[in-house]
Structures are given as C-alpha cells and as structure tokens.
Design a protein around this ligand. Sequence first.
Ligand SMILES: Nc1nc2c(c(=O)[nH]1)N[C@H]1C(S)=C(S)[C@@H](COP(=O)(O)OP(=O)(O)OC[C@H]3O[C@@H](n4cnc5c(=O)[nH]c(N)nc54)[C@H](O)[C@@H]3O)O[C@H]1N2
Ligand SMILES: Nc1nc2c(c(=O)[nH]1)N[C@H]1C(S)=C(S)[C@@H](COP(=O)(O)OP(=O)(O)OC[C@H]3O[C@@H](n4cnc5c(=O)[nH]c(N)nc54)[C@H](O)[C@@H]3O)O[C@H]1N2
Ligand code: SF4
Ligand SMILES: [Mo]
Length: 693
Amino acid sequence: MSETKVVYSLCCMCTGRCPIMVEVENGVIKHIWGNPHVFGAKSLCPRGAAGVAFEYDNERPQYPMIRDGERGSGRWKRVSWEEALDFIADKLKGVMENHGAKAIALSDRGGPHTELHKLFLRAIGSPNYFTHHATCSNSVHNAHMSIAGHARNTVGYDYKNCKYMVVFGRNLLESLITGEARNVIDMISAGGKLVYIDVRWTYTASKAYKFFMINPGTDYALVLALINVIVNNNLYDVDFVNRYVVGLDYLRAFVQPYTPSWAEKETGIPAEEIVKIAYEASEAKPSVIFNPGWMTAWHEDDFYLRRAIYTLNALMGSYEAKGGIVIAKGAGDAGFKIKQPTSLAPKVTEERCDGAGSKYPWIRAQWGLLQKLPEVIESGEPYPVKAYIAMRHDPIASMPDPEVWIKAFDQLDLLVSIDVNWSWTSWYADVILPESTYLERTDNVIVRKGLKPQLALRQKVIEPRFDSRSRFQIFKALAERLGKGEYFPWKDEIEMVNWQLEGTGFTFENFSKKGVIDLSKDPIWYDRSNLKFDTPTGKIEVYSEFLEKAGIPSLKPYESPKAPPENTLRLITGKKALHTQGRTTSNNPILNELTPENHLYIHPSFAKRIGVKDDDLVEVSSNGVSERIKVRISPFVHPQVAYMLHGFGDPVPLRTRSFGKGASDVKLMKGKLKVGVGGNCPLFETFVSIKKI
Ligand SMILES: Nc1nc2c(c(=O)[nH]1)N[C@H]1C(S)=C(S)[C@@H](COP(=O)(O)OP(=O)(O)OC[C@H]3O[C@@H](n4cnc5c(=O)[nH]c(N)nc54)[C@H](O)[C@@H]3O)O[C@H]1N2
Ligand SMILES: Nc1nc2c(c(=O)[nH]1)N[C@H]1C(S)=C(S)[C@@H](COP(=O)(O)OP(=O)(O)OC[C@H]3O[C@@H](n4cnc5c(=O)[nH]c(N)nc54)[C@H](O)[C@@H]3O)O[C@H]1N2
Ligand code: SF4
Ligand SMILES: [Mo]
C-alpha cells in the first residue's frame, strides 16, 4: 500500500527561508508547495518548486573527498567521513598550535541558520567569522546600524497597509522572496502606490504606479532633493521628528544646495516629478515606505545613500507606524525565550583580522569584511590566517577577482568547502564535505521576526540520498575532535531543538501540525510615544557623533558618479525569478533548461554604434579580462549601462548543464575586491567595452 505524507519545513533554494509543505510518497518527494498555513495559498516561487529537481539530481558531491592532485585539477579521492574529519581536525590542530585559533576563518551566508558554525568558531576561540554580506547587504546593514542602531533586517515593512512606497532598485517581484512579493502585490491591489526607481525596466517596474529610469549611480541626488523639498516645505511629521530625530538643523542646512532642478540634471528625473513624490509621500504619511533595498547600486559611497533613505523614513514618521517601517518583534516581545546554541560559548574578544569594528569602527564585526581575507592570507597581516572553511558559501563565484582568491588559497594549510553542489570554491578545496540537503536535514529553530513572531523549523523530509551529513553532525564531530565537545552537548538535532525550546511549553512535535508555531495571536506594536533606538542617543541619528569621530561624515556632499569612459558602458548585474545567485541553481535540471545562459542587455543606441543585433556574440572586456556573451537589445535599459544576470560562465566541468554557458560577471568586475564606505564591494564601478566577434 502506498504511503503518502506531508512534511512542513523551510526552503533553502535561496536565502529567503520560505515555509514550505512537502508531499512525500513512499519516501519520494513528489511536490514542494508553499505552506498554506503561513501564506494562505500553496503557490511558491519557481526556484522553491524546483527543489524536487535539485534533490534528485546526481550532479553534486556524494561523499567526502580529499584533493588528490594540484588545486583546480579536479582530482579527488573518496574518503570516509572519519578520514575526512580526522584530516581536517589534524590540520586545524596544527594551525592552532603554530598560529592560534584566530588563524582559522569561516564564512557563510549569514542569517539565523548559522548558529552552529558560529558556536564552533567560538568554541575553538576564533573571532574570524564572515558572512557573504560584503557582496550583499553590508552597506545597508551598517547604514541602518549607524542611524537607528539595528541591522537592516531587524526592521520589516508593513507592505499590506502601506499607501505609498518608493523603491530604489530593489526588484521585489523578480529578486523575490515569496511572502514579501505577495505582500507587495496585496499592497498594490489595495490601492497602495509604488514608485519604482531603476536603471532598467523590470517586472517590479511593470506593476509600478510610476517608474523612473534614473541615471546610474545618482540615487543619492534624488534622495537629497526629496529631503530638500520635505524640510523646506514642512512636509515632515513634526511630532515624530521632534521626539526621535537628532540633527534636523544639520540636515536642513546640508540639503539646501540640492534642489529638485539641480537633481533633475543629475538623475534625469524631472524636477516637478521629484516635488510630486515628496508631496504625495507626505500626504500618505506615516503609512509610507522609502525602501532602501538591499544593495541597489553597489557604489563606493552607497553608505550615505542608505543613511539618506532611512532619513526619509524618519521624516515621514514611518518607523513603527501602520503601513510603514516596523521594528521586527522577536520571541522576547511575545514573552518567550528561545535558547540559542551560540550562547553556550563565550564571545571571542580577540581582534578580527579584517579590521571590522576596529580599524573600521562603523563596520560591524557581525558581518565582517570578507573582501579583506585574500589580502590577509597573502600578507600575514595583521596576523596569519592559515585555514578557511567556506560553509554554504562560494566566495570565488560571489565576490570579484576570482584569480585573487585562487592565488590566496595557495597560501593556506587548509581549505574546506561544505556544500550541496559543486561550487567554484570547492573546485580548489583540500576537502569537500557534502552537506545533507535542506530536505534531508534538521537545522536549529529560528524565530520568524515580525509583527506576529513565529517559530519555524527546517526539518528532515527524507533520508539523505548520498553519504552526506548535516551541519549539526559536521560541526559537532569537528568540535569533539578538537577537544571542545562540551559545547555541542546534544545527541542529535531533535535534542538540540528541544533544548532551544525548553521553558516555552513547546517541543519538536509542535512543528508537525503546521510547520510554524505562532507566538502571538495579535500584531505586537511598540508604543510610538516611547520608542527606543539602539544608538548612543537612543534616537535616530541623522547627525551621528560616533561617525564624525570616526572620520566619516554623517552625510557626504554629493559627487557625480564617474561617467563611463568613451565607448564603454557601466556593467550592472541582477537576478531573475528563475535563478539564485551564483551556484545554488544554475545547474538545476529544470531551471537550467528554462534559462541556460545569460545575455548582455544594451540600449539600441549603443548597439547601433558597435554594429550588433540581437543574439550576436560579443566580447565584453574590462581591465584586461574578456568574456563572451550574446547580446539582447532593449530600449528598457539605460543607454549608459550593460546589464547581465549574475552567476553564469560556470568553470566547473562536473556541472555539465551550466558548464561554460554565458559570461561570468565576477571575472569582469576585476579590481573590485575593495572596501566601500559601508563595507560593500563597489561592484557597479565597472566599465566594459564591447565588440562584435
Ligand atoms: N557580480 C555579482 N556578484 C554578486 C551578486 C550579483 O548580483 N552580482 N549577488 C550577490 C548577492 S546579493 C549575494 S547574497 C551573494 C551570494 O553569494 P553566495 O552566498 O556564495 O550564494 P550562492 O551561490 O547561492 O550559494 C553559495 C553556495 O551555497 C551552496 N548551498 C546552497 N544550499 C546549501 C545548503 O543547504 N548547504 C550547504 N552547505 N551549501 C548550500 C550553493 O551550492 C553554493 O555553492 O552573491 C553576491 N555576488
Ligand atoms: N529570484 C531570485 N530572488 C532572490 C535572489 C536570487 O538570487 N534570485 N537573491 C536574494 C538575495 S540574497 C538578495 S540580496 C535579493 C536582492 O534583491 P535586489 O537588490 O532586488 O537584487 P538585484 O536583482 O541584484 O537588483 C538590483 C537592481 O538594482 C538595479 N540598479 C543597478 N544600478 C542602479 C542604480 O544606480 N540605481 C538604481 N535605482 N537601481 C540600480 C539593477 O538594475 C537591478 O534591478 O534578492 C533575493 N531574492
Ligand atoms: S523565495 Fe523561493 S527559493 Fe527563496 S526561500 Fe522562498 S521559495 Fe525558496
Ligand atoms: Mo544577497
């Protein structure tokens, strides 16, 4: 008799962690749906649904391997888990004896499923934990930290009740997270107005009430002009600003030169439209969101743009307002305490190798500056780093300058890649550890923060198909081998989950009914007359004494972005709904069939100049690097930019579907392994020349 069941869990086909409902028949996954108890419907983004194709694809590492040839030669020997873990532990012991634990670095994607990696690093005593945010949200996180005292993701958006939202290059409906995209559509259906700013047309633009194609890298001019109109015409929320904003006079004086007609020349957006946005937003306040996006522009000065966008939200009084920016409520707000594994080990106080939090005091250590790691490895300054664990992270594919990474890796005593796919980094690793997929493992309990906080759990749906292990098993085994087993006191994942839930009245079993546990029946709002921001003044610091002391202006005078040198275009990249980042989905059997390669989108005026038509093959070059790619000609990209999807030009032959298809953006972004003011790599400061082949 056939046995069917439904298991609730969390997706991991991107960073969104959407709640899912998995249909299983006789131990085989048949379909992955959205969790209807959370979404009110079963639909899911295409990548989430393609999790079935990922699970049953054999083109992934199937057992632990140790390198058996030159780095990058693709020669490996299969080993048992015991051998692989012993090998790693021996190397780590050697590194610790010679250089101390701080010579061991680990990077991952950040987020709440990193507890066990961080616990491992704390247990052995290394401060060198990095996230992937140097090429994701670093400047937004650090900007919000500096202005409101919290990370970007400790505030959310009350989209459903929002009446007016201005979005800066955050492609909400393509670079999507299922629940967020749904909420944005609900907002528009309910009559909320979306104003979308980008350098190219996107699906999000297609749903917008107004779309403006802005001159690349000039968003800061637009924001300064909006502030100018708002403060000069008293369009701001006076009560909120008087109560919570530090630096209104500074702001008022600062923005005086930045008039709408000045901004029109910079941005290409008509002055009267800028004035209209300011007035329309003000009418809708406080149910207004100026959405700073995730990284949009990736320009060196991005940090100031983000601070200025958050300033607009403060002026609208939209913090903790219905339809505005809401402070995300956690378990504590609902009267629950969830124990976190990292709390078992003391924080490491030793200085980090990248200068985050020390040389760069405004850049928080919790995300780090991964772009500094190759330099540290090469130079041994401020101290040697000799071992590196890339955990659910592919730095070579997701950061600029692959050759710099590869060269630095040659200086390491140990490079470990823990992945579910063949990543570019794993191709150079000494040891590859295949993690059990997200459908084959249970992770730690997470809190889904928001107005109504919930607990959620990624849990094992089927047995691992290959000789893989979960992150729990891997880090516990390594800690034990290094004499730190006491920090991983649980027998297995379920015991850990139950430990996390101790005192709440819930257990592992409570997730079986609908996948999540509601911690609050009603939305939790803080008292708007008594808000507390985690800054030195407890207020929103438009003027920040802390930054000024560190030599960073609170707002920087505007400088026009560099114009592309003659016959070049600014290279920009992004995502589409069918793919995730660099290596998570490009080889996925279904998604690869739908989008097997990327194209270079250019404006007809430039196409005419270089004599190309749709689908012609061109050579794109920057800084001595060239890639080949087909062109698409579109009037919907700004005449000064060339756009391509991120994550193609796969160099790993074992990924037969994606190998060699399309062009690699990270190769072209040569020389961008730098520290922008907010800690981001300035990826979009890349200019390319293009010629027909
Ligand atoms: N030029 C350019 N660079 C970019 C971007 C861009 O648009 N343009 N986008 C940037 C952004 S926003 C981000 S967030 C970063 C992302 O950069 P990364 O975090 O490196 O993103 P991915 O390539 O998706 O995932 C990294 C690795 O995690 C592996 N993985 C997936 N699921 C699991 C799992 O369950 N367990 C384990 N152990 N491994 C897993 C994947 O196979 C992949 O090899 O890239 C950034 N880099
Ligand atoms: N389908 C899909 N969804 C995803 C992901 C994925 O890989 N695939 N990744 C997830 C992750 S980790 C992240 S961080 C988010 C990222 O979400 P987004 O930040 O929305 O991601 P991108 O697609 O990189 O979008 C960047 C946008 O900035 C625009 N842009 C470039 N230069 C400028 C400029 O000067 N001004 C303005 N206003 N716009 C500019 C680009 O044209 C592009 O549309 O997406 C998440 N969701
Ligand atoms: S947005 Fe899509 S791929 Fe990302 S977690 Fe949600 S369902 Fe999965
Ligand atoms: Mo990201």
